[in-house]
Ligand binder design. Structure first.
Ligand code: ADP
Length: 558
């Protein structure tokens, strides 16, 4: 047995309300709450990233200074003793340490020695650099010797590495490079004045090896943990000369753009700035993306909510219309029941009194009582059928049927009424129609509903035509009238339950608004379709198309 869910109107309304309004509204509230939380979290993440960046830069500077100190220390330890120092011994030292470009020592009693890496003296820029440095350092040491010694002693007494650095910009063509000058004290014989040593870092070495390696190793060690916790994004670092924006050296992750956080290097590389930013994005655009997605989701949810409200409004409106139709139906049906009952009672009472003059009159009264009771039972059958359909309990008894004979017999029993109403009746039933599997009673009732409508809704030209013929894979049953017709805008609505056209011509006619909805249900249960062609004032043709080989079972409930 075929079982179909019959939707209770109220359940449907409640479900629509829940799905269309409550659900999006709940989603909106939850989303807003989550967003508020995530705004907080994102602000914290943003602040945490900035804090991380400051930390990373400070740690990186420390690493770089330590490394520079280590490198300077190695050279300082190998420096020849001030008493025996000569240009050749400095040359040997320069050979040994490729990161040192120039070495210098100064003692106020012995004077200054300055040596540049000999192998590079053929390069004009390098030679100029060496010449200028030689002059500059000799002058500087002479003037600032006391200050230098005092400063280095102070550093040592504070437990710090006794080295200080000065930055120096050198030209390479039309560009600038940077080098740092490390100044330290050399061991001295007691009683003598201390000798000041200096090592000038090689500018190319700093740019091509020292900074790239340092930046990458700082990124590796600093972001190993940071990557997995807060932002999840990678960062890139670079170092540039203070006052210039072009990077001197970058880590592999640097992808250009404006740095997020900067730090001026003060210890080993004064005059340089260390900078850091997120790879592929900025903190500002992270925030913007967050706001954009918030608005998008909010917009989508609002659209959903609006659609839900619209849907609910439509549903409520439909329900109200249905309620109106139902109340019309009740008054229509009561009226339809009352009229035949009153007639039956009136004629039955007259008959009971036995005062009729002729046999003919008796016949006439009996026939009126029969006709009215037929009308009554047709109406009650319609209502019962409708209630069975609504409750999903309507059962059909499909049997192999000679459809021509069924139509003929049904019309025959109605012929008297048709003709009595003064209708011109035309019946055309094709020969050799195939037998169809139908529920006899249901099909007969559909036909009678259509015929009855044709009679009810024809006022001036009284014509009724019934045609039965084969059309390809189906057998078609047409009921034609030349009555009031149906406006095109109403034609799809008349098959809905309780629906009656809002027209004085219709309202003066008795009806319940159930007939066509029953016809449609019955025909669809047979696998067929019912349609209408009509023009107001010209008449209507209702067509039932039943499939020839419908696969419907012998009995079925719908
Ligand atoms: P009713 O009991 O009102 O006739 P139906 O479901 O049979 O209910 O028909 C629905 C409405 O369709 C009718 O109220 C009428 O307005 C319109 N209608 C049905 N059949 C015809 C027809 N043959 N000609 C004009 N209007 C029709």
């Amino acid at each position: 047995m075929k079982k179909r869910w019959q939707w209770n109107e109220r359940t449907r309304l409640v479900l629509t309300l829940e799905l269309a309004v409550v659900l999006p509204a709940a989603a909106l509230i939850i989303f807003m709450a989550l967003r508020l939380k995530s705004i907080q979290r994102d602000r914290q993440v943003e602040a945490a990233i900035q804090r991380d960046f400051y930390e990373v830069l400070a740690i990186s500077e420390k690493h770089m200074s330590e490394k520079a100190n280590e490198m300077v220390d190695q050279v300082a330890h190998q420096f020849p003793h001030p008493n025996t120092a000569c240009p050749e011994s400095l040359d040997g030292l320069l050979e040994q340490y490729p990161y040192a470009a120039h070495l210098f020592l100064y003692n106020p009693d012995r004077g200054a020695i300055f040596r540049s890496r000999q192998a590079r003296m053929r390069e004009p820029d390098f030679r100029t650099e060496g010449d200028e440095l030689a002059k500059m350092m000799a002058g500087w040491a002479k003037i600032d010797y006391d200050y230098m010694v005092k400063k280095l002693h102070e550093l040592a007494s504070k437990g710090k590495t006794p080295v200080f650095y000065e930055g120096n910009h050198v030209s390479r063509g039309d560009r600038h490079l940077y080098q740092s000058i490390a100044v330290f004290l050399l061991p001295h014989t007691p009683g003598e004045r201390p000798t000041v040593g200096a090592m000038v870092f090689d500018a190319e070495y700093l740019r091509d090896r020292f900074f790239p390696e340092m930046l990458s190793s700082c990124m590796r060690s600093n972001f190993a943990e940071a990557k997995s916790d807060k932002s999840g994004s990678r960062a890139g670092m670079m170092v540039h000369i203070r006052g210039e924006s072009d990077p001197l050296a970058t880590s592999a992750e640097w992808d250009g753009g404006t740095p997020e956080v900067e730090r001026n290097l003060e210890t080993a590389f004064p005059g340089l700035t260390l900078a850091i930013k997120l790879h592929g994005t900025t903190l500002a655009s992270l925030g913007q993306r967050f706001i954009r997605t918030s608005f998008l989701i909010l917009g989508a949810l609002s659209v959903l909510l609006a659609a839900g409200i619209l849907l609910t409004y439509r549903n409520v409106w439909k329900e109200m219309a249905l309620a109106r139709l139902k109340s019309d139906f009740v008054s229509n049906v009561s009226h339809e029941l009352r009229t035949p009952l009153a007639l039956i009672r009136l004629y039955a009472e007259t008959l009971e009194m036995g005062r009729l003059s002729s046999q003919e009159k008796y016949h006439q009264y009996y026939s009126i009582i029969r006709k009215e009771s037929e009308r009554l039972s047709a109406l009650i059958n319609n209502i019962l059928d409708f209630s069975r359909i609504e409750a999903g309990r309507k059962e059909y008894d499909f049997r192999e049927t000679d459809i021509a004979e069924l139509v003929r017999n049904t019309l025959e029993s109605y012929r008297y009424q048709i003709e009595q109403h003064g209708f011109a009746f035309q019946e055309s039933i094709a020969d050799g129609l195939p037998p169809l599997r139908v529920d006899r009673e249901a099909i007969a009732r559909s036909l009678l509903n259509l015929v009855n409508n044709a009679l009810k809704y024809s006022q001036i030209e009284k014509f009724l035509g019934v045609k039965l013929y084969r059309d390809n894979g189906s057998v078609k049953l047409e009921v034609i009238d030349h009555g009031i017709g149906i406006p095109p805008g109403e034609q799809h609505k008349i098959f809905e339950k309780f629906y009656r056209i809002c027209d004085p011509l219709v309202h003066n006619t008795k009806g319940s608004g159930l007939g066509l909805s029953l016809v449609r249900h019955i025909v669809q249960a047979h696998g067929g379709e019912v349609s209408v062609e009509s023009a107001p004032g010209k008449g209507s043709t209702f067509t039932i198309a039943l499939p020839v080989n419908s696969g419907v079972p012998a009995t079925s409930a719908s």
